[in-house]
Design a protein around this ligand. Structure first.
Ligand SMILES: [Zn+2]
Length: 66
């Protein structure tokens, strides 16, 4: 991964930790505005944690039926 890859969330600018499908990022974090509309979006560690937390909560709530 090139050294200058940064988080794709607008206004963040932190170093990218993960690369994800842009479509998925938009689905999971609809409130976030993205820097680019490319096929893949890079997320920094913090935003990736938010992303994972959001997906996990969705799935677990459905599975547990709370
Ligand atoms: Zn970020």
């Amino acid at each position: 991964m090139p050294a200058d890859e940064v988080c794709g969330i607008s206004g963040c600018g932190q170093k990218a930790a993960r690369s994800l499908s842009t479509k998925k990022v938009k689905e999971v974090l609809p409130g976030m505005s993205l820097v680019s509309d490319a096929r893949r979006t890079h997320l920094c560690r913090d935003h990736y944690r938010q992303f994972r937390k959001a997906t996990k909560e969705e799935r677990e709530l459905e599975r547990l039926g709370w």
